[in-house]
Design a protein around this ligand. Structure first.
Ligand code: PLP
Length: 337
C-alpha cells in the first residue's frame, strides 16, 4: 500500500530505532532524563528561544500555549480552518474557557488588516477580551499553504500595538522553511510561542515541542502536568526526535517534489474537478461531477493507494518519508497524469 493519508503514518527507520534503543533515560518529571533535556536544549538553540518543553502531541503543545496565554473569557483570533479550532476537540473552550474570532480564507492564512478588524475594544465590557492571535504554518486544511513571512512581521506589529500574544502552530513549520528559506531563529524571534511536531514530516513516532521564554515554559510545564503529559523515561522517544532534527530536515524537498507531481497528475485527471496545492507536502482535491470521495477512495484502495476523505466530495493526499519517488510515479500513473 502507498499510504498518502497523512505524514503521521511513518514508521521509525532502522537508524532512528537504533538511536531510540540506545537512548540514555531518566525520570523526566524530576528533570533527569538526559535525552529529553538534550532534545529540549537542541530545539531551543535551533530557534534561539530561552526554553523548550517536550510533550506527547501537537494538540497538547497548542493547548498548553493557549491556556498559558489566555484567561477564561478571553478571545483567540485564528483561521476558521485552523487545527486548534477544527481538530482539537473544542479544546480552546474545554481547556481554556476562551472564545474565538474566526477569519475566513481558502488558504487558512490572513493579513495584519484582518487581525486589526477582529480586535475587540478592551475598554468595552460587552466584548470578550482579545488576548491571542494564532497562526498555523503550513496550513493543514489550506493544502499545506505557507505564510508570507513579511505578513507575519506585520501581524507581530499589530500584536505589539495591542498587547496581544502571538502563537504559531508549526506542526509542519520545517516544511514551510524548506519553501520560504527562513531559518528557525527568524521564527523564534517573531513569536511568543511556537509548537513544532516531530511526528509528521520529520518521521519520529511521537512527540512535539513547545518553544518560548523561560517563564512561559515554566508555566507550560505546570499545565503539561495537569493535562497528564508529564512522562517518565521519555528519553526513548525523545531520542527519535533528536535523530529527526539532526537527519530528516534536508530531505523535506523530496516530499514537496512528490506532492507537486501528484498535484499536476490530478490537474490532468478527468475524474478531478479542482486541485488545491499549497506548495509543500499536502494536496487537496475535489472529485469531478457527481462522484463521491468515498467511491474515489475505494477505487484507489483497490489499486494499492490510500488517501483520506476531507468532505463528501474532496480528498487529501500527503507525501512523507515513507513515500518514495517510485511510489509517486505509480500514483501519478494511476491518476493518469
Ligand atoms: C497543523 C496541525 N497542528 C497540530 C496537529 C496536532 O498534532 P498531534 O496529532 O500530534 O496532536 C496537527 C495534526 O495533524 C496538525 O496538522
Amino acid at each position: 500500500m502507498i499510504d498518502l493519508r497523512s505524514d503521521t503514518v511513518t514508521k521509525p527507520s532502522p537508524e532512528m530505532l537504533k538511536a531510540m534503543m540506545s537512548a540514555e533515560v531518566g525520570d523526566m518529571v524530576f528533570g533527569e532524563d538526559p535525552s529529553v533535556n538534550e532534545l529540549e536544549a537542541l530545539a531551543a538553540s535551533m530557534f534561539g528561544t530561552e526554553a523548550a518543553l517536550y510533550c506527547p502531541s501537537g494538540t497538547m503543545t497548542n493547548q498548553i500555549a493557549i491556556k498559558v496565554h489566555t484567561r477564561p473569557g478571553d478571545e483567540v483570533i485564528c483561521s476558521r480552518m485552523s487545527h486548534v479550532y477544527q481538530f482539537e476537540g473544542g479544546g480552546i473552550a474545554f481547556n481554556s474557557s476562551a472564545s474565538v474570532a474566526l477569519i475566513d480564507s481558502l488558504s487558512g492564512t490572513f493579513t495584519a488588516d484582518d487581525v486589526n478588524g477582529y480586535i475587540n475594544n478592551h475598554e468595552d465590557p460587552h466584548k470578550a477580551y482579545t488576548r491571542l492571535v494564532e497562526v498555523e504554518n503550513t496550513v493543514n486544511r489550506g493544502a499545506g499553504s505557507c505564510w508570507d513571512f513579511e505578513e507575519l512581521k506585520r501581524i507581530r506589529e499589530v500584536c505589539d500595538k495591542n498587547s496581544l500574544s502571538l502563537h504559531l502552530d508549526g506542526a509542519r513549520l520545517f516544511n514551510a522553511m524548506a519553501v520560504d528559506g527562513r531559518n528557525p531563529k527568524e521564527y523564534g524571534a517573531l513569536f511568543d510561542s511556537i509548537s513544532i511536531c516531530l511526528s509528521k514530516g520529520l518521521g519520529a513516532p511521537v512527540g512535539s515541542l513547545l518553544l518560548g521564554k523561560k517563564d512561559f515554559i515554566k508555566q507550560g510545564a505546570r499545565i503539561r502536568k495537569v493535562f497528564g503529559g508529564a512522562m517518565r523515561q521519555a528519553g526513548f522517544i525523545a531520542a527519535a526526535g533528536i535523530y529527526a532534527l539532526k537527519n530528516n530536515l534536508s530531505r523535506l524537498g523530496e516530499d514537496h517534489r512528490n506532492a507537486a507531481a501528484i498535484a499536476s497528475a490530478l490537474e490532468n485527471s478527468p475524474d478531478v474537478e479542482t486541485v488545491h496545492y499549497g506548495g509543500t507536502n499536502i494536496v487537496i482535491f475535489k472529485v469531478a461531477g457527481g462522484s463521491s470521495a468515498m467511491d474515489f477512495l475505494k477505487k484507489m484502495k483497490e489499486n494499492g493507494i490510500l488517501a483520506s476523505r476531507v468532505s463528501a466530495t474532496s480528498i487529501r493526499m500527503v507525501t512523507h518519508l515513507d513515500v518514495s519517488e517510485a511510489d509517486t510515479v505509480k500514483v501519478c500513473e494511476y491518476l493518469g497524469g
